[in-house]
Ligand binder design. Structure first.
Ligand code: NAD
Length: 417
């Protein structure tokens, strides 16, 4: 991988410029979309289990809300920065528009290492952070969700803290909650279900058979592990997976459920039976049909794009590919199904959970999956048609759709005062 680490917000701005040019976007609207509407930085101080006080920097960035209340996940990771959160908030804004749900885009995060913190420390951190962003969030204002390093329990603490301040139960304040407090059936697998659907659609568009396709998955967390399991169920052969410590490879196929059990026991995919150990760099460059980056940003850059051999890249992660890498991949004829389409199953699931909470309903898993598949396929078709019509790649098409819909909403609302 490259030594340079591209600034994630600059990457997103470059993508915005590409879409703006293709759309012939009004320069004033383009100007509006270059910055978030609001960004809050908080210093979250908590007492650690050893009695010491530590302060962690937290963020909540609200990018744009022309299409509806702000919506976006909350990331707990040591590398979280304001520019990363701004980038992810912008992507959420385009993504909600691509799948055509009535939300704007936001993102939150805390620079911390949740793996090194006790449950009690994480609870204190989450509750204090929630109290410090309280005036910005709300079920009709800005609805947090989970992301890298956060989970349903953390969403439960956000929900409880917000409800305590309001004085009554507000389950619709956060999504990705445990089932018992208003979480949705089917939520856990929703992002990966979308990843699989988009990949399958693309494989059929290029006239190939999905069954027996070889797959490499980078990142074996919530999304990556679930994607590997669902792809195997569809008949694909998982030949390599990885996590932050490294990867494993077996050209004859790997059982993703067994790998997950191994990871739960040992903390990593490394050391799994009958597999060769490989680095994350090697995984990205493997000979395979489908590559699924499901870890973090900036994994496919100008330094390694030329070495990628997959035929289709389905971006389960947000922003894994830089614009320079996109150009190289496009020249090589590699199809990229972009993040703002491929992983939109996550925000669709959040939208469905929010709707159920607002209406005090509980949908069956079957109903949830049916609605998810319908919206994902509709979005895939919209992006594919835009790509064919304008003779652009899938990312440019998705950006044209997402940015175009947000721009139209801003124009329609007008600029006050
Ligand atoms: P997670 O924390 O559950 O998993 C991340 C995985 O990536 C872990 O296995 C970690 O070890 C691995 N990892 C970290 N750095 C790595 C590296 N350099 N190389 C290889 N592996 C590495 O997070 P998640 O919720 O699965 O999210 C993964 C990606 O999917 C993120 O980009 C996130 O924004 C995106 N996403 C998540 C959701 C969701 O609902 N969870 C929805 C849409 C998109």
């Amino acid at each position: 991988m490259s030594e340079e680490k591209p600034n994630p917000f600059k990457v997103v701005l470059k993508q915005l410029d590409i879409a703006a040019e293709k759309l012939n976007l009004d320069p004033g609207i383009h100007e509006i979309l270059k910055q978030p509407k609001r960004a809050l930085i908080v210093s979250v101080s908590i007492r650690m289990d050893n009695g010491n006080i530590r302060s962690f920097t937290g963020y909540r960035v609200q990018y744009h809300d022309a299409r509806g209340p702000y919506k976006g996940g909350t990331r707990y990771h040591p590398d979280v920065t304001l520019d990363e959160v701004k980038a992810l908030a912008a992507l959420m804004t385009w993504k909600c528009a691509v799948v055509d749900i009535p939300y704007g885009g936001a993102k939150g995060g805390i620079a911390c290492n949740p793996k090194e913190m006790s449950l009690v420390e994480l609870e204190r951190l989450t509750r204090r952070y929630t109290s410090m962003i309280l005036d910005l969030i709300g079920p009709y204002r800005d609805i947090p969700a989970s992301d890298v390093g956060t989970n349903p329990q953390i969403m439960a603490w956000i929900t409880d803290t917000y409800s305590q301040f309001r004085g009554y139960s507000v389950p619709e304040i956060a999504t990705g909650k445990p089932l018992i407090i208003g979480g949705s059936e089917g939520r856990a697998d929703a992002p990966s279900r979308g990843v699989v659907l988009c990949t399958k659609e693309m494989v059929s568009k290029i006239g190939k058979r999905f069954k027996d396709m070889t797959v490499a998955v980078q990142g074996y967390g919530n999304v990556g592990a679930s994607a590997a399991i669902l792809l195997k169920k569809e008949g694909c052969k998982i030949i390599a997976v990885s996590d932050s410590r490294g990867g494993i490879y077996n050209p004859n196929g790997i059982d993703p459920i067994k790998v997950l059990k191994h990871k739960e026991k040992s903390g990593s995919v490394i050391g799994f039976e009958e597999c060769k150990g490989i680095t994350n760099e090697e995984l990205l460059e493997l000979e395979c049909d489908i590559l699924v980056p499901a870890a973090l940003e900036n994994q496919i850059t100008k330094a390694n794009a030329d070495k990628i051999k997959a035929k289709i890249i389905t971006e389960a992660a947000n922003a894994p590919t830089t614009p320079e890498a996109d150009e190289i991949l496009s020249k090589k004829g590699i199809i990229v199904i972009p993040d703002i389409l491929a992983n939109a199953g996550g925000v669709l699931a959040s939208y469905f959970e929010w709707l159920q909470n607002l209406h005090r309903e509980h949908w069956s898993e079957e109903e949830f999956i049916k609605k998810l598949e319908y919206k994902m396929l509709e979005a895939f078709d919209d992006v594919y048609e835009t790509s064919e019509k304008n003779e652009v790649d899938m990312r440019t098409a998705a950006l044209m759709l997402g940015v175009g819909r947000v721009a139209e909403a801003i124009e329609t609302l007008g600029l006050w005062p």
